[in-house]
Design a protein around this ligand. Structure first.
Ligand SMILES: Nc1ncnc2c1ncn2[C@@H]1O[C@H](COP(=O)(O)OP(=O)(O)OP(=O)(O)O)[C@@H](O)[C@H]1O
Ligand SMILES: [Mg+2]
Length: 360
């Protein structure tokens, strides 16, 4: 069992506070991703779990074992944590071939010679690198080196896998292949995994759950679908995919929804699942890909928001088109659709179910 509990983790670097009471609960076997912009504290969190950096406060337990407790000063040394680590710089030892690279962590753990051979073969076959056992790192491509780096962490059967941007050095195509391969491997081994990336599509594709981080705090923790479809605030809506943000005044509230009057006078319905009242300054958000466009006015219906405007820009994206539509009152909405709309004026329609009120 390798359930991870991070409780109110704090980290100061001199005057800089890198982590503000970060709490995470990762059930055994889960693939959790820390997602956020550069400098938000992803690596700091991972380093604290690995024991490579001392936190300033809080608690970390893995599989019921206390790794760190700020209140008692307990701190388990990294070599006693039995964790598999892969970092962005997947440094293999250049003077050792693949076999020797993998044998090293086993020798450290005093695994016998015969058992070493069995485990090395097993780990290399998992990452499909068995044929490269006698090669040196400089004789491998970047992607192959990353796979060997992963095998080197799997070979000693870690209780937890910590991966910090492990696919960052691959080209776009290989990255997508490596992604699905990594996910399969993780499922197959049932390894609890904490994965760090600033790539939102990678996070959505790989994770059981995502923790979106902003300035040393967890901004939202949820499944990829929850994060994408029900962002908790404007930061998450903007960081994960693109969003339109419409300011307005809340004029009515019923259970789960709110009516918001925009600057031009139009009224939209938006979901507000939170039982607390929406704060003033909340924004209506809708994703460009959830807006349908037509030259003719759409048939109004319940559960539908409708706006009209003037097309001010069209960008060709290949399979789809991105329109900028000026709806008056300083409001320009982006709509991404397969539909071609000629002429200047356009109608926009989007489901209330895709329209969300979020904290600014
Ligand atoms: N050794 C250090 N001394 C001082 N400040 C540090 C140190 N390490 C990190 N920081 C600061 O702590 C904050 C969080 O850094 P961290 O490395 O966790 O970011 P990150 O989310 O991993 O970003 P990136 O995506 O760029 O890797 C940043 O503001 C960073 O400048
Ligand atoms: Mg980092």
């Amino acid at each position: 069992m390798s359930e991870v509990v991070v409780d109110r983790l704090v980290k100061h670097y001199g005057p800089v506070q890198a982590l503000h009471e970060v709490s995470l609960h990762v059930p055994d076997g889960e693939f959790l991703t820390l997602l956020g912009p550069s400098g938000c504290g992803k690596s700091t969190t991972l380093f604290a779990i690995a024991g490579l950096d001392s936190p300033s406060g809080g608690r970390i337990t893995v599989g019921g074992r206390t790794f760190y407790d700020g209140s008692t000063g307990l701190e388990l040394p990294p070599e006693k944590r039995n964790l598999g680590l892969v970092f962005q710089s997947y440094a293999l030892w250049p003077h050792m071939n693949v076999r020797q690279n993998l044998a090293f962590p086993l020798r450290l753990r005093k695994v016998g010679r015969k058992e070493q051979d069995v485990r090395i073969e097993e780990a290399l076959s998992l990452v499909e690198m068995g044929a490269y056992i006698d090669r040196y790192p400089h004789e491998l491509s970047g992607g192959q080196q990353q796979r060997v780096a992963l095998a080197r962490t799997l070979v000693f059967r870690p209780s937890l896998l910590l991966l910090d941007e492990p696919l960052s050095n691959l080209d776009a195509k290989l990255r997508i292949k490596a992604r699905s391969w990594l996910k399969q491997l993780q499922r197959q081994l049932g390894l609890t995994t904490i994965y760090v990336t600033h790539d939102q599509s990678e996070a959505l594709a790989l994770s059981d759950r995502i923790a979106v981080m902003e300035k040393g705090r967890v901004s939202q923790l949820g499944t990829p679908e929850e994060i994408y479809r029900r962002p908790a605030n404007a930061f998450v809506a903007d960081f994960v995919g693109a969003s339109n943000f419409l300011p307005g005044e809340i004029v009515e509230r019923t259970a789960g929804t709110a009516k918001v009057k925009l600057a031009g006078g139009e009224v939209l319905s938006a979901l507000w699942p939170d039982p607390a009242s929406p704060p003033s300054g909340a924004l209506v958000t809708v994703r460009p890909e959830h807006i349908a466009l037509s030259a003719e006015p759409p048939v109004p219906g319940p559960g539908l928001n409708i706006l009209s405007g003037r097309i001010v820009e069209r960008s060709y994206l290949g399979a789809r088109l991105l329109y900028a539509v000026d709806c008056g009152g300083g409001l320009v909405l982006m709509a991404e659709t397969e539909t071609r709309v000629e002429g200047d004026s356009a109608w926009l329609r989007f489901a209330v179910d895709d329209t969300l009120l979020v904290r600014a």
